[in-house]
Design a protein around this ligand. Structure first.
Ligand code: PMP
Length: 406
């Protein structure tokens, strides 16, 4: 794909050379958190060794270097996602980004009788903040259901966009099913009805080219650690008009212009929402991650992962008693599965002994588990740095574990 030497790309990730229980690691948990290339590790290391200082506070050289590098990451991300830099608020991840929308945008606006429309496949990060805000405002939660294949029922969803719905929360890509939702169409329908849309891009940004402006949403949240960046980084993109009218969520340093005891003047967005010393090294690392992904090209990353997904899906289908949950037509490289007669945790534990890292559990999506009537699934999630050989090893390990368990 794309004339890229994927074996060399893989060699950029030092952790992937590890052995686990005496076996070469097969890391299939990238939807949980992604591994980091040397360039990202080096950027963080270099910052602490040579440039460490606080941002936006000091005029000395180190302070200016730190501020310049930190703000350069905002430019890189903005370009990468086709948005304006001053509409990109840095947060610790998707969770804080969505909470920021919930508390700063929704809490002052929602009234009793209003509704928040969420989909069945949301991560808890795009459910619980809305429940907390609903409780405080008297608004209620409405659910857009899915088909057994794990796709949104679009007609039902559009029909659910009734006048009392003020906010729509929808994930771009499901972290459990891999389903890629047609967010552009959904957000257009929402906008036509005056509904503000909040898209959870956590599982989209790491795997495909995302053009937030083209999606046409009001808010787009994502996390840095799944896209080769450090943990504790992420962002909220919001339309400028929202950022201007939203009160700050957290108060403190960095987010003000002038503080008096009789009133404070806030800084302009995005700084108005970035109180306190941020994860400077982390965001500089995230900038390096964006550079790294841009060098590969997101279209190539996507194509490579689709190839690996097709391989894994086909090979897994040959295992007796294995059921894949989530068979949408458009999928990211996430495969949730169950093995008849085996508990998901036992499966994951035995796979670990074979060097294979998969996640087992509810994947922070209880309502989705309830829909499928299961307490947990196993999930193999791939990234461009995985190999066809690893998929063969994973499937062989699954066969071996199956013989032990079933
Ligand atoms: N939404 C989705 C779809 C996710 O997969 C995740 C991470 N598992 C999150 C939100 C939360 O991201 P974070 O923990 O980085 O805030």
């Amino acid at each position: 794909t794309g004339g890229i030497d994927w074996a060399r790309v893989r060699a950029d990730f030092p952790l992937l050379a590890r052995e686990i229980h005496g076996k070469p690691l097969v890391y299939l948990d990238s939807a949980n958190t992604g591994q980091k290339p040397e360039a990202v590790i080096a950027a963080v290391d270099e910052f602490y060794r040579r440039h460490n200082a606080n941002v936006s506070r000091a005029v000395h050289t180190l302070g200016e270097e730190a501020t310049t590098a930190y703000e350069a990451s905002r430019d890189k991300l903005a370009r990468h996602l086709n948005v304006r830099r001053d509409e990109l608020v840095f947060t610790s991840g998707t969770t804080l980004a969505i909470n920021l929308v919930a508390y700063s945008y929704a809490l002052p606006r929602l009234k009793p009788g209003d509704a928040i429309l969420l989909t069945r496949m949301e991560h808890h990060a795009n459910i619980v903040p809305w429940q907390l805000v609903a409780e405080r405002t008297g608004a209620r939660i409405k659910v857009a259901e899915i088909t057994p294949e794990g796709e949104l029922d679009l007609d039902a969803m559009h029909a659910a966009m009734t006048p009392e719905v003020k906010i729509l929360g929808v994930t771009h890509v499901s972290n459990v099913l891999g389903t890629v939702n047609p967010v552009r169409e959904i957000c257009r329908e929402a906008r036509r009805r005056g509904i503000v849309s909040v898209v959870d891009g956590s599982q989209a940004v790491p795997h495909r080219a995302v053009d937030i402006t083209a999606i046409g949403c009001d808010f787009y949240a994502f996390t840095g650690h799944k896209m080769c960046g450090p943990t504790g980084t992420g962002a909220l993109w919001a339309r400028r008009e929202h950022l201007e009218t939203m009160p700050p969520f957290l108060g403190g340093g960095e987010m003000i212009r002038e503080v008096r005891f009789d009133g404070t003047v806030f800084n302009d967005p995005p700084h108005k929402f970035e109180a306190g010393t941020p994860n400077i090294a982390g965001f500089i690392g995230l900038g390096a991650a964006v550079d790294y992904l841009a060098t590969l090209g997101m279209a190539n990353v996507d194509a490579r992962e689709q190839e690996l997904l097709a391989h894994a899906t086909e090979a897994m289908a040959k295992i007796d008693g294995l059921r894949i949950i989530g068979t949408a037509k458009e999928k990211a490289a996430v495969i949730s599965f169950l093995l008849e007669g085996a508990h998901a945790h036992d499966l994951a534990t035995l796979l670990d002994l074979e060097g294979v890292a998969v996640r087992s559990g509810h994947h922070c999506a209880h309502p989705l588990m309830q829909f499928y009537g299961v307490p947990a699934t196993c999930r193999a999630s791939l990234a461009f740095y995985n190999t066809h050989e690893e998929i063969e090893r994973f499937v062989a390990a699954l066969g071996k574990v199956r013989r032990l368990l079933v």
